[in-house]
Design a protein. Structure first.
Length: 328
């Protein structure tokens, strides 16, 4: 009786309900749910079963239960972890594209993606929940891939569960293309690929590192512009590990300009101009910009792409490097 009352109180929060088709008799419940709720991934549905957010004929059930067909399934839309403790905040977002399924945002430097201990406010997620309150029902307010705090550029936000599922699958299948502009220390002759696993640093747990026990990570890079002691690269991610470009570039001894974590102590180029010396000393972030984003639309399935111009500080760095090169 108490359980029924609780469910009646919560009924305003039910997002969806379906009847399992009779021709699915004998199929595992989690497999049947994927067919009934195609907007959600199987792993999400299994998790919600464990959390008793999905009721079958009014009762919790195991994912391994064999269905008979005809069962009424009610999905109580959970407020995802991380979203429920994130307050909406009026923070400007540079939205470069929006339709009923997705947002593409151009992020400035200094903006954190998610709330974390010691940094609960002023994040992209806070801003998204203010911009679109309905994103509270989407995992992490629709954010499916992240940019570091001081990395600028493009990222996509899912506005629906269907879009969220599609983008997660595209990231897993590596069909979502993400390209970056980066300025690294050192003169590079040609492009290449770094294929090295990334995991937590064995000593400093706040950092990532190339470690044999890490997750597979692959970064492609090609030379865009050469300078005597720096190189501008176009970088393409094959995977999406935390700090991947920064870790991989440091691993091949070409860390990003301005990287406070993986770049080591600043070493000024011998004989560089006072202008270059000044901009290298003042460049207070890693020189990394999410330049191009390409993906498959979650509904009409056409390929769509966006490009973001280089931010002012990045362009200024390149201009000073070019001027210093010509002065030699």
């Amino acid at each position: 009786m108490l359980l029924r009352m609780i469910h009646q109180m919560d009924k305003a929060f039910y997002d969806d309900h379906q009847i399992i088709p009779t021709d699915m008799a004998g199929v595992r419940l989690d497999i049947a749910l994927v067919a009934c709720f195609p907007n959600y991934s199987r792993s999400a549905l299994q998790r919600w079963l464990r959390e008793e957010k999905i009721l079958v004929n009014g009762h919790p059930a195991s994912s391994k239960t064999k269905v008979m067909g005809g069962e009424r399934v009610v999905l109580h839309m959970p407020e995802e972890a991380g979203t429920s403790h994130c307050e909406p905040e009026a923070i400007d977002l540079n939205v470069v594209f929006e339709d009923e399924h997705l947002l593409v945002i151009n992020k400035p430097a200094g903006l954190v993606m998610h709330p974390a201990p010691g940094n609960r406010h002023g994040t992209v997620q806070n801003a998204l929940l203010y911009y679109l309150p309905e994103l509270a029902a989407i995992p992490r307010a629709g954010i499916v891939h992240r940019l570091d705090k001081d990395t600028t550029g493009l990222f996509v936000v899912a506005k629906t569960h269907l879009a969220h599922k599609s983008f997660v699958e595209q990231l897993q299948s590596r069909s979502m293309s993400r390209q970056y502009a980066a300025v690294v220390i050192g003169h590079m002759v040609a492009g290449g690929t770094v294929d090295q696993p990334i995991g937590r640093h064995p000593v400093d747990r706040k950092r990532m590192a190339v470690v044999s026990s890490g997750r597979p990570a692959m970064t492609h890079y090609r030379v865009q512009e050469k300078f005597s002691q720096h190189t501008c690269l176009r970088v393409k991610l094959e995977t999406g590990r935390t700090h991947q470009i920064r870790v991989h570039m440091a691993h091949i001894r070409h860390p990003l300009v301005g990287d406070p974590v993986y770049g080591g102590r600043l070493k000024l180029p011998r004989g560089c101009s006072s202008e270059l010396q000044q901009i290298l000393q003042m460049f207070g972030r890693q020189a990394l910009h999410a330049l191009r984003l390409e993906l498959e639309h979650p509904v009409h399935h056409g390929r769509i792409a966006w490009e973001s111009p280089l931010p002012r500080d990045f362009e200024s760095l390149l201009n000073v490097l070019r001027a210093d090169e010509q002065a030699e």
